[in-house]
Design a protein around this ligand. Structure first.
Ligand SMILES: *Cc1c(COP(=O)(O)O)cnc(C)c1O
Length: 236
């Protein structure tokens, strides 16, 4: 028995995003779909690529490095780094990532800036914010955002693009929405969309609420690729 193909699932997710944009009164195409391919084989990325997908999200830097090598022939594929970055892995993030969503501290901004020096164009980065104040989760506390912004803006090789969050898990997708609203409010406190145009928020089960609250990047894994392929290493 054959399951639903990646191309078909991708089509469904694109339709969900389009419907959410429309419901929110936002222009079609204002939300970029990042297909989260962590734990999936390179062949699954090729399948999505063949169906027109270009933006992919990866969490684990060694896995990202391996896939970037394997998929080097797909020149216009963009990898988004969406997992926690230890400073000793900053080099891989800079080499393989087109966008970094998870700058959680000023020190990491310094490390990424140093590694990105000499690139052609500045590397787009977002600040990961721990909106739920969860102890086990990485991300800057809301009160630290200003300092991380300053650290990024001090690096000519980095381009500050916005904020990212993973809200606390709730069974009901609507439960995430107040956290998405909170990220948007934090953006407004720190210079608004002029300074922080991107909001990276929303996943397979709650992307609609995120788009309603202004997401410009949604990160969707299982709704496109199905269940993940192997047990995830613990990230913390
Ligand atoms: C795994 C992951 C996703 C995708 O989650 P799904 O529920 O599979 O859509 C999005 N963002 C981050 C940071 C992730 O780690």
């Amino acid at each position: 028995m054959r399951g639903v193909s990646i191309a078909e699932r991708l089509e469904e997710v694109r339709a969900r995003v389009a419907r959410a944009e429309q419901l929110a009164g936002r222009p079609a195409g204002s939300v970029t779909l990042v297909a989260v391919s962590k734990t999936q084989p390179a062949s699954a990325i090729r399948e999505a690529y063949a169906a027109g997908q270009r933006d992919f999200g990866e969490n684990y830097l060694q896995e990202l490095s391996d896939k970037a090598t394997e998929l080097a022939d797909l020149a216009d594929l963009r990898f988004h780094v969406i997992g926690h970055i230890q400073s000793n892995k900053a080099k891989i993030a800079v080499r393989c990532g087109s966008v970094i969503h998870t700058v959680h501290a000023a020190s990491l901004a310094g490390e990424l800036g140093k590694r990105a020096a000499g690139r052609g164009a500045p590397l787009p980065v977002l600040i990961e914010v721990n909106v739920g104040g969860e102890e086990q989760k990485s991300g800057a506390e809301p009160g630290e955002i200003g300092a991380v912004i300053a650290a990024i803006e001090a690096q000519p090789s980095l381009a500050l693009r916005g904020l990212m969050t993973v809200p606390p898990h709730t069974e009901d997708p609507a439960g995430a929405r107040p956290y998405f609203a909170r990220l948007r409010a934090l953006r407004d406190e720190h210079g608004g969309a002029g300074r922080l145009p991107e909001l990276s928020m929303g996943m397979s089960h709650d992307l609609e609420g995120a788009v309603a609250e202004g997401a410009t990047l949604v990160r969707v894994g299982t709704a496109i690729f199905g269940a993940r392929q192997y047990a995830e290493p613990s990230t913390k």
